[in-house]
Every structure is written in structure tokens, then in C-alpha cells.
Design a protein around this ligand. Structure first.
Ligand code: ATP
Length: 323
């Protein structure tokens, strides 16, 4: 193998740049030419290519987002779209591809691999919804970003004896909400995987008030049936008193932004390096991730299988800690 390409796809995550840097530098150190594909699968179909050398990826390890850009590409979900992408790869004598992204992006990588093209994925998404991976690139930084916001809200909440409903990212998975809730000392955590009742949330807030707490915090995943806006509206309109004044804050894309912390830089560097080594060794149809504490390769088919709900013990721990 002489020439490989790399792209970032789906939602960006802090650490994607560190992964790109590792693909380029490890690739070059193994004698490979590395081509960057701009705008994910869209750029692959359109042939948006740029050669990348070690100097092109200088000073990006600490920068959030992705220097190649990312995209969501409906065309790539079709056989015709993937045929165009394969033609671009063939015309440019690119013999293998590294895809850095979440479960959607790796499902796309699986489709390419099924067509016989050499491809290796790198697990990267702040949602931590990739089956088989302990924790993916971007999660740790996103957790710390959300936690900092919650810590700040707590100081103002305490001053005014308020309750806050804070919404964090997570459309179908409550991992971020659960972990941020535990680490941020939430009184209630609402995630899509666990049935929730707004009256119970209101009762928990009232109970916290009666116990003399100066603040209360509800952490909600955006994909929960009762998101922050719905929950705050319900509690405000349907309850006489919870004691606290209630405010809702949606953290939104703030959690995606910013530079990656040490954990994500290291995870990105190590998983991306392994992806290049595997591709160069003739392996395909796998993605690299932290699995049971080790940097490992898993079959790309695993990305198609939904991740199981969070460990019920963690949900129970969150409830036991809220006193
Ligand atoms: P995140 O969850 O962090 O946003 P992701 O990689 O899961 O990241 P998606 O939007 O689900 O993000 O997927 C990114 C792109 O991957 C899609 O826009 C599409 O081009 C491609 N893709 C997703 N699923 C498939 C599939 N089943 N077959 C082919 N391509 C796919």
C-alpha cells in the first residue's frame, strides 16, 4: 500500500484533529502518502482531496473540531453515492481509507468495506453510543465542558436558592447526562433509556427544598421525552410550589467545542495510529477504540448494532447519591 486517504464524518468531536495528525504522521513514518478528504463523505463523492504531510498537521493536536471539516451526506447512504466515492478513490490511486467518526460514519465505512474496499474506522463521537467501545474520542472533553457549566450554574443557583434544569447532548443515549449528573451532583437525572415522570422530578425538587438545600440540579439528556424546556414548562405550570425558582439552561453545541483534554488527545493518537498500522498491514473492515481498557480493533458490523442502555448500577448510584 502506497497511498491512503483520511476523512472525518458526522458530528465533530474534540480530538478529531489529534486523530488526523496521528494518521498523517504515523502514515508518513510507515512510508505512506496520506490524502485528506474535506467535508466527510460529501467531499469523497465530490473529490475534495488535499495531500497532507507532517507540517500540514502541525499545531492542531490541541485544537477542537476538525481541520478537514465534517458533513452529513445523504447521498453516501445510497449505492450510487458510494459508487461515486469508490470511483474517486480509484481514480486517485488511493488504496485504503481511514474514517474517523461515530456509529453513522462507521456504518458508512462498513458499507464501503462490504463493497471490497480496504477501510478502517476510528471511534470518535461525544455521544459515546458506539457499540463495543468503552469511551470514544471527544467524550471526556465534552463531559468536562458540561461539568464546568454545571459547576458555574451551581454557584449562582446557591446565591438565589434556585433549581436548574440543565440539558446536555444525547439524542438517543443518556451517557453524557448520566455521567455529568453523577459528577456534577445532580438531584435528578433524566435520560431516554429510563422512563421518567415530571411529577416525580417536581416532588424530588420540592423534597430537596424542604431538606434545606440552597440549590437543586436536574440534568436532562436532549433526547429524553421530558427535555429541559418541556420539563421546566410542566413543573412551572402544573405545580403550586416546588420551593425553588426554576430555570432551564440548554448547553447545546458548547459541549462539542473547545480543545481536547489530555485523555482525548492520547486516545485519538493511539487509536488513529493503530488504524493506520492495521490498514498498512492489509486489515480492513474494523474500527479501533478503547475496549475493556485496551486499544483494540472491532468488526465494523458492531457499529450497526445499537449500544445497550447504561449500566443500571450507575443509574442506581446516581439516585443514592442524590441526598
Ligand atoms: P455523531 O453521532 O457523533 O453525530 P455519526 O458518525 O454517528 O456521528 P451520522 O450523521 O449518523 O453521524 O453519520 C454521518 C454520515 O455517515 C451520514 O451523513 C452518512 O453520510 C453516513 N452514514 C450513516 N449511516 C450510514 C449507512 N447506514 N450507510 C452508509 N452511510 C451511512
Amino acid at each position: 500500500m502506497k497511498r491512503i486517504a483520511v476523512l472525518t464524518s458526522g458530528g465533530d468531536a474534540p480530538g478529531m484533529n489529534a486523530a488526523l495528525r496521528a494518521v498523517v504522521r504515523v502514515g508518513v513514518s510507515s512510508g505512506l502518502e496520506v490524502i485528506g478528504v474535506r467535508q466527510g463523505y460529501t467531499g469523497l463523492i465530490e473529490g475534495q482531496l488535499q495531500p497532507l504531510g507532517p507540517r500540514d498537521v502541525a499545531s492542531i493536536i490541541h485544537v477542537g473540531g476538525t481541520m478537514l471539516g465534517s458533513a452529513r451526506c445523504a447521498e453516501f447512504r445510497t449505492p450510487e453515492g458510494r459508487k461515486c466515492a469508490l470511483q474517486v478513490l480509484e481514480q486517485n490511486a488511493i488504496e485504503g481509507l481511514v474514517v474517523i467518526g461515530g456509529n453513522g460514519s462507521l456504518s458508512g465505512a462498513h458499507a464501503l468495506s462490504q463493497a471490497g474496499y480496504p477501510v478502517v474506522g476510528v471511534a470518535s463521537t461525544i455521544d459515546n453510543d458506539l457499540n463495543g467501545a468503552d469511551i470514544t474520542i471527544g467524550v471526556d472533553t465534552a463531559l468536562n465542558t458540561a461539568l464546568e457549566a454545571i459547576d458555574r450554574l451551581k454557584t449562582t443557583a446557591t446565591s438565589h436558592q434556585r433549581a436548574f434544569v440543565v440539558e446536555v447532548m444525547g439524542r438517543s443515549h443518556g451517557y453524557l447526562a448520566l455521567m455529568v449528573g453523577i459528577a456534577g451532583g445532580a438531584d435528578v437525572i433524566v435520560i431516554p433509556e429510563v422512563e421518567s415522570d415530571p411529577d416525580n422530578v417536581a416532588a424530588a425538587l420540592h423534597d430537596a427544598y424542604v431538606r434545606g438545600k440552597r440549590h437543586a440540579m436536574v440534568v436532562v439528556a436532549e433526547g429524553a421525552k421530558w427535555n429541559a424546556t418541556a420539563l421546566a414548562t410542566y413543573v412551572t405550570n402544573h405545580r403550586d410550589r416546588i420551593g425553588f425558582e426554576l430555570r432551564a439552561t440548554i448547553l447545546g453545541h458548547v459541549q462539542r467545542g473547545g480543545g481536547p483534554g489530555a485523555f482525548d488527545r492520547l486516545l485519538a493518537s493511539r487509536t488513529a495510529a493503530q488504524a493506520v498500522d492495521l490498514l498498512a498491514a492489509g486489515k480492513s473492515g474494523v474500527y479501533t477504540a478503547l475496549v475493556k481498557g485496551l486499544i483494540s480493533a472491532l468488526p465494523l458490523e458492531r457499529a450497526l448494532v445499537p449500544k445497550p442502555p447504561p449500566d443500571p448500577e450507575l443509574v442506581r448510584l446516581a439516585q443514592r447519591l442524590a441526598r
